[in-house]
Design a protein around this ligand. Structure first.
Ligand SMILES: [Zn+2]
Length: 604
């Protein structure tokens, strides 16, 4: 039982709220049935309920680069790019056999820049943003999303949907007058970022002033010296979200100022610059909502992306709150692990008495040796004993690849846990990614076969009293050919990770602030905090937990490797057992999150 609490002011959309209440009650009923399996019960419910249609419109023009406030928008090399942040290629795992300086730590640092994927104001990027918004709407089981180019919008179309979102990711992309006219007539529309100025269209009698608004300016702060002074803080529900973190997140910043001219306009979030000037970030004028930048660029754990994600609830007329929940993941258990290392972390989790999940590599491979080294769990009884302990101490098994490397490739090292399994990665001597592509010759079917082979290994490690059948999946290093994921659903529909999505040549990553069923139909469990990296230490995870805590339905999902609390490990992200336990207790006891069993997590 989640302990949902209703907020008072939801009468405006009472019809939909009632539908939603009904689905919640059914969900609770399913969850409390005698069956221990609570899997994907939303699927059936979708058919039993009326669906709630939502329209997402994205720009499909090539974009018109122009001048704004004297700054050429063409000279904005990174604006519009989508940055994946800690956690994406970050589950570096198996300890080097030679303890000491760990090369994986350097990769961890590097990955921050590796994953800055250029996605300019082009149609492919626009469709990626539409997918990301589609995913966020996937928190609601009854919501069915249509994505289409804004140029294909027809008069009155917005009225056929519960809400229409326009993502203005392409500067000066044309907006059909019919959409503008429908907004003026009161259609439920949420507008993100650029082209809001097109609502001032005298030729069709449209004006922002009719919404109580006035376009003021676009503030492009693209020079490094400006990153720290621009509108880089977002105040929302008592927390200051950040577009700029010194040393970690130094990226170009844009903000659009739309002034409020009517007392009926509600400002839900404010953007602030270093001079203390404050302008509306997210505002609502009747049925019309406006968000003053593109929250899908440079998303990270303390970011205004979370503000948009949270505001989807009132935009959809579902302004509810939930008990804060957390997910603890122990990462990369391998047959090459020392039993004592696994025991140390499992003991800590058990002392704190929280449910958790453990991602397990079925077979360890090191193809740097001749012959190739393969280690199975049955060859390492100390580690296997710890693996078999997990179900008895509130742990769930998630499968983590087959070998967490690929055949004879150095991908890039040839070692389980370090390598990618479903994505090709090569590094140069400095650790920069020089190859980042699908693995040549791999198909969704052959990838699926690897998953099934690995799954059988784990299933066969079960005993009469210990069931090690995996109940979920985590993709090694969070990266596979995005075209595989729908196929992966055939084995696992419950996944805890961040995901990459692809349109054309643009690939972008996304983490989810709450459980969603994504565009592939996969139930994605939130991984909101990341893991300790050399440049992303426990205080950052704690800060992310505080950022998420102010949201309506907060989730704190994180993961840890056993080696980071090994007393012999001296990397910058080394912690003591006491510090690890202290973190878990801080999240639970101080911030008030409840750790939950990953198999009980559903969409709303
Ligand atoms: Zn891993």
């Amino acid at each position: 039982m989640w302990g949902m609490i209703w907020r008072a002011s939801i009468s405006q959309y009472s019809k939909n709220v009632f539908l939603w209440v009904a689905s919640l009650l059914i969900l609770v009923a399913c969850s409390s049935s005698s069956s221990p399996r609570v899997e994907d019960n939303e699927r059936g419910l979708v058919n039993a309920q009326a669906v709630t249609p939502v329209l997402i419109l994205y720009p499909d023009g090539p974009g018109v680069f122009g001048e704004s406030n004297g700054v050429s928008l063409q000279a904005k090399p990174k604006i519009g790019s989508v940055q994946l942040k800690p956690g994406l290629a970050y589950d570096k795992s198996t300890r080097s056999k030679s303890k000491g300086k760990d090369k994986r730590d350097q990769i961890g640092v590097q990955a921050l820049s590796d994953v800055q994927i250029q996605a300019y104001s082009y149609p492919d990027a626009a469709q990626i943003y539409a997918i990301m918004l589609n995913n966020l709407l996937g928190r609601y089981a009854d919501v069915v999303v249509t994505r289409k180019a804004v140029s294909a919008y027809t008069a009155g179309e917005a009225n056929q949907y519960y809400r229409t979102f326009y993502i203005g990711s392409t500067y000066e992309d044309p907006v059909p007058p019919a959409l503008i006219a429908d907004i003026m007539a009161g259609a439920k529309v949420t507008w993100l970022n650029y082209n809001i100025w097109r609502l001032d269209n005298a030729a069709i009698g449209a004006s922002l002033s009719r919404l109580g608004l006035r376009y003021v300016a676009l503030y492009p702060e693209y020079q490094p010296a400006e990153f720290s002074t621009g509108f880089n803080k977002i105040d929302y529900r008592g927390y200051t979200f950040k577009k700029y973190i010194p040393g970690l997140l130094e990226v170009p910043i844009e903000m659009i100022e739309v002034a409020v001219e009517s007392p009926s306009v509600v400002v839900h979030a404010w953007a602030k610059n270093s001079a203390g000037r404050q302008i509306p970030y997210a505002l609502q004028s009747g049925n019309f909502w406006y968000v003053a930048d593109n929250p899908f660029t440079y998303i990270h754990e303390q970011d205004r992306y979370l503000v948009l994600a949270d505001l989807i609830a009132p935009m959809m007329g579902r302004d509810i709150t939930c008990t804060p929940r957390a997910l603890a993941r122990m990462e990369d258990l391998s047959p090459n692990d020392q039993g004592a290392d696994l025991k140390r972390m499992l003991d800590a989790l058990n002392r704190v008495k929280i449910p958790f999940l453990a991602t397990v590599i079925p077979l360890f491979v090191d193809n740097n040796t001749v012959p190739v080294t393969q280690i199975g769990w049955t060859q390492n009884s100390a580690a296997l004993n710890q693996l078999r302990r997990i179900p008895s101490i509130r742990g769930r098994i998630f499968q983590h690849g087959y070998t967490h490397q690929f055949e004879n490739l150095k991908n890039p090292f040839g070692i389980s846990g370090d390598d990618w399994e479903f994505w090709r990665v090569e590094l140069d001597a400095s650790g920069n990614r020089i190859t980042s592509t699908p693995i040549p010759g791999m198909t969704a079917t052959s990838a699926l076969q690897r998953i099934q082979t690995g799954r059988n290994i784990l299933v066969n490690l079960s005993t009469r009293s210990v069931n090690l059948t995996p109940v979920g999946w985590t993709t090694p290093h969070y990266e596979a050919d995005p075209g595989y994921y729908a196929t992966f659903n055939q084995v696992y529909n419950r996944v805890m990770e961040r995901r990459i999505y692809q349109v054309g040549t643009v690939i972008a990553g996304q983490f989810f602030p709450y459980p969603v069923r994504d565009v592939n139909g996969t139930l994605m469990l939130p991984e909101t905090l990341g893991s300790v990296q050399p440049n992303y230490l426990l205080p950052m995870l704690e800060e992310a937990a505080r950022a998420n805590r102010v949201l309506r339905c907060p989730w704190a999902g994180h993961f840890f490797h056993a080696y980071t609390i090994d007393p012999d490990y001296n990397g910058p992200n080394a912690y003591t057992v006491a510090q690890f336990e202290g973190f878990l207790r801080y999240v639970r006891d101080t911030l008030g999150y409840t750790y939950v069993d990953p198999t009980t997590v559903t969409t709303q």
